[in-house]
Design a protein around this ligand. Structure first.
Ligand SMILES: Nc1ncnc2c1ncn2[C@@H]1O[C@H](COP(=O)(O)OP(=O)(O)O)[C@@H](O)[C@H]1O
Ligand SMILES: [Mg+2]
Length: 249
C-alpha cells in the first residue's frame, strides 16, 4: 500500500493522510501522514518556514491541501462544517496587540463564545460563567476589566488561551504560545497547557519554541521540515541528532 493512502486507526481525533500543501510554487508541507489519538498531547517542532503554522491551518480547514485528506473524528474537515469546527479551538501565533485596541480582557475572552453563536443569538449566563471559569484557570480574573493592549505579552497570550478554552473544545491547537516571552512566563504557560491536558480530556497539538521544556511535557514529539522527519517519543536518543541536523545545518 502506498504510504500516501495510509488510513488512521479508528478513534483517531486528527488524521492527515498524504497531505501536501504549496503556496504558488513554495512547498510548505510534503506528504504528511499524522494520526493524533484522543487525549494525546503532541508537540511540534521545526525551524522557521518548516510548515508548522501551515499544518495547523490545514487541520482547521483554512488551507486546502493540493494532495491528501484531513479528517477530524473520521469526518473530512471542511471550513463550512460548523459542527466539527466547534470541537476545535485554535490559539494563533502571537502578534503584538495594539495598545489602544478597544477591548478589555473579558471582551476578548468572550469573543471565543461569540464565535459559537448563531446569528441573533445572545450572550447568556452560561457564556459569562465560562468566561469567569477560564479567566480564573489562567489567573487573569482580576485583570478582566483592563484593556487588552495594556497587558504584558505573557498576559495577552494567556488571554488568547482563555478565549480558546471558553469554546469548551475537545481539541486544542496552539501555535507557538510562548514565542517572544521570557523563561518564567514561558514555563507558566507550558504548565497551564500541561494542567489542561492532565485535568480535562483535551487532545492537544502544540507548536513549541522551547524544545527543552516541550520534551519534558509532551508524550509525543514531531519534528517537521516540510515533511515529518521525526515522530515518536521526545526522549528517544536519536532526537538530539535529528534536532541538530534539522535546525542547525
Ligand atoms: N500565505 C503564504 N503565501 C506564500 N507562502 C507562504 C504563505 N504562508 C507561508 N508561506 C511559506 O510556506 C512555508 C511554510 O510556512 P509556515 O507554515 O508559516 O512555517 P512555520 O510556521 O514553520 O514558520 C514558508 O516557506 C513560508 O514562507
Ligand atoms: Mg509559524
Amino acid at each position: 500500500m502506498n504510504h500516501a493512502h495510509q488510513l488512521c486507526e479508528e478513534g483517531t481525533a486528527i488524521c492527515l493522510n498524504g497531505v501536501t500543501v504549496t503556496y504558488q510554487d513554495v512547498l510548505a508541507l510534503w506528504q504528511v501522514n499524522l494520526d493524533v489519538s484522543l487525549g494525546q498531547y503532541v508537540g511540534i517542532a521545526g525551524p522557521n518556514g518548516s510548515g508548522k503554522t501551515t499544518l495547523l491551518k490545514t487541520i482547521l480547514g483554512l488551507i486546502k491541501p493540493q494532495e491528501g485528506q484531513v479528517s477530524i473524528y473520521g469526518l473530512p474537515i471542511d471550513h463550512d462544517n460548523k459542527e466539527i469546527l466547534k470541537k476545535i479551538a485554535y490559539v494563533p501565533q502571537a502578534h503584538q496587540i495594539d495598545p489602544f485596541f478597544p477591548a478589555t480582557v473579558e471582551d476578548v475572552v468572550l469573543m471565543g463564545r461569540q464565535g459559537l453563536k448563531r446569528l441573533g443569538q445572545r450572550i447568556d449566563k452560561k457564556d459569562m460563567e465560562l468566561v469567569e471559569k477560564e479567566l480564573k484557570t489562567i489567573g487573569l480574573w482580576k485583570e478582566r476589566n483592563r484593556p487588552i493592549g495594556h497587558l504584558s505579552g505573557g498576559q495577552q497570550q494567556k488571554t488568547l488561551i482563555a478565549r480558546a478554552l471558553v469554546r469548551e473544545p475537545e481539541i486544542l491547537l496552539l501555535d507557538e504560545p510562548t514565542s517572544n516571552l521570557d523563561f518564567k512566563i514561558t514555563k507558566e504557560i507550558m504548565d497551564i497547557i500541561n494542567y489542561l491536558h492532565e485535568t480535562r480530556e483535551l487532545t492537544i497539538l502544540a507548536v513549541h519554541h522551547n524544545l527543552k521544556l516541550m520534551r519534558a511535557d509532551v508524550e509525543r514529539m514531531i519534528i517537521l521540515d516540510k515533511a515529518i522527519v521525526y515522530d515518536g517519543s521526545p526522549n528517544n536518543p536519536e532526537v538530539d541528532e535529528i534536532i541538530q541536523k534539522t535546525f542547525f545545518s
